[in-house]
Write a protein that binds this ligand. Sequence first.
Ligand code: NAP
Length: 272
Amino acid sequence: MTETLPYAEVIGDPIAHSKSPIIHNFWLEKLGIKADYKMFHVKPDELADYIANRRDDSNWQGCNVTIPHKLAVMDHVSDPGDVRASIGAMNTIARTENGDLFGTNTDAGGFFAPIADVPLSGQDVIVIGAGGAAQAVLFALSRIDVGSVTIINRNVLKASALLMRFGLKGQALEHGSALPPARLLVNASALGMKGQDELVVDLSSLPDDAIVYDLVYVPIKTQLLKAAKARGLETIDGVSMLIGQAAVAFEIFFGQAPPLEHDEELRKLLLT
Ligand code: NAP
């Protein structure tokens, strides 16, 4: 009889593009943990049945949740960290000790991990985008006492609402506006992603010690990061956040921190 291993998985619609199985299975192998991480295609009208079925599967350790389920899944699990009221979306579901299901969001921690050592307190920040990823970014920024936050978005009303929601001082500007000076520029929009328009911004207003952080990870070297490098600015790519958010989820699913000393090898694997 084949032994059924403990497993976690990522769900979404579509799902085939997900890099999460590569990351989690790489860490499972490095740590010698006998478990599996899969992907499972779940359409919006299948979400309730999916959660009900997995609830009774004792091998299932939990799942990562991607587009379009990050909001809907909050109706099916408990919310001990009050994620609904804070970030407003869940990307990880797991079991409590008594077997109930709870949800959390590891995107804010994943975003913050690569900039944890940067002294951003009181420093001005620009965030481009006001969707789900931007919400996790703004939540993290609201916790570290940054200075003024400029949110630039196509829908400027959405951007203003997020400033209020996260209690940030700053301004909301329309997409295409000139950038104010800032220590950190984050692209949390879909622009620059494969299949989308390029993000075209003039970086000349940024100081020489500015950091440009692009959440887009397909491609890894976006036009924005290339332009920042050409200006001699420090850059952080979307794979850093991808690995960061997966690391928090991995520990929740499998009870051990992942071996981050192999990040360079993992990055090469993600590029193939
Ligand atoms: P989302 O909720 O759909 O938000 C998309 C954002 O992009 C919105 O602000 C939207 O503006 C803007 N946008 C889309 N098309 C645009 C266009 N043609 N012109 C101007 N603005 C446009 O998506 P999301 O989940 O936040 O994801 C955003 C990006 O972050 C994606 O590239 C995703 O891959 C990346 N991401 C990366 C990680 C990671 O771990 N590295 C994690 C999560 C997300 P409107 O509000 O005006 O529609």
